[in-house]
Write a protein that binds this ligand. Structure first.
Ligand SMILES: [Zn+2]
Length: 266
């Protein structure tokens, strides 16, 4: 019987994604650094805080973040573990509506404001159309998220970034899938005067053939698409019911693209 392994697009086994919160004006400089190096990620925005003056403009959301993902961070950034659930629901849904009007796509990602979450909030999110949500802190690892509603990053950018980046570049065992996930706030680079840290990291990590550069939701969609593949009982063929292509490795590692809506012989 064929042995099947899930792969990232192109048959890759390593993925890198970035995740930045609050949509402050320093995002402009950060996006530029990402774009120069082909690094991609997700920007979690608060739709109720644009008038503060320290945020990017609503009008620039679709152009500034083109090629990246725009995701929710609630309307007003409350510590939601302390809020009634109907308020949490509105904080998420109203944020989605605002951001979707400007991006034109379903906004399905979230990061918890102040890292605040409860079991009840976690259980509420799927019915609000949210597919994942990020907590704070660093795992120091490259494992895939076990619970997408408690998704913890590999590291905050001020926590062992270059060291973990070098470690990630050195990973070669293809029997595993690896994810490096970096989070933070762009204004922190001004506060600490350490933009050179992110510049060095992105130029070190960019342009690698064995890394898939993805947004947070693209990563989740890749996993979800794989889970929906319909394999024959003897693994001799597979049907891909998704709208997007899937990549799998067969037996000795032969990479097969299973085109969207098609059956592939294995
Ligand atoms: Zn925040």
């Amino acid at each position: 019987m064929n042995r099947i392994y899930c792969c990232f697009p192109g048959g890759k086994h390593k993925a890198l994604t970035m995740s930045y919160d609050d949509g402050r004006t320093q995002d402009r400089r950060l996006v530029e650094i990402f774009n120069q190096n082909g690094i991609r990620g997700t920007f979690h925005l608060n739709s109720g805080l644009f008038e503060r003056g320290d945020r990017v403009m609503p009008e620039e959301i679709s152009s500034l973040y083109a090629g990246h993902e725009v995701a929710c961070h609630t309307v007003t950034h409350p510590t939601i573990a302390r809020c009634p659930l109907p308020e949490v629901a509105q904080e998420v849904l109203e944020d989605r509506k605002f951001l979707e009007e400007r991006t034109g796509y379903p906004v399905r990602g979230l990061s918890y404001p102040n890292g605040s979450v409860t079991k009840d909030i976690e259980n509420l999110l799927p019915s609000l159309g949210i597919r994942y949500s990020r907590v704070v802190g660093s795992s120091d690892g490259f494992a895939l998220p076990e619970n997408p509603y408690r998704w913890q990053a590999t590291c905050h950018h001020n926590h062992r970034l270059m060291e973990l980046g070098e470690q990630f570049l050195g990973l070669f065992k293809k029997q595993y899938l690896y994810l490096m996930y970096v989070w933070g706030h762009s204004y922190e680079f001004d506060d600490k005067n350490n933009w050179d840290l992110m510049e060095s990291f992105c130029s070190m990590m960019g342009g690698k053939d064995d890394i898939w550069y993805c947004t947070n939701i693209e990563f989740m969609d890749c996993m979800d698409n794989f889970a929906r593949l319909q394999f024959a009982a003897d693994n001799r063929f597979v049907y891909n019911p998704n709208a997007g292509d899937c990549w799998i490795a067969v037996n000795d590692g032969t990479v097969v693209c299973v085109p969207a809506g098609k059956t592939a012989k294995l």
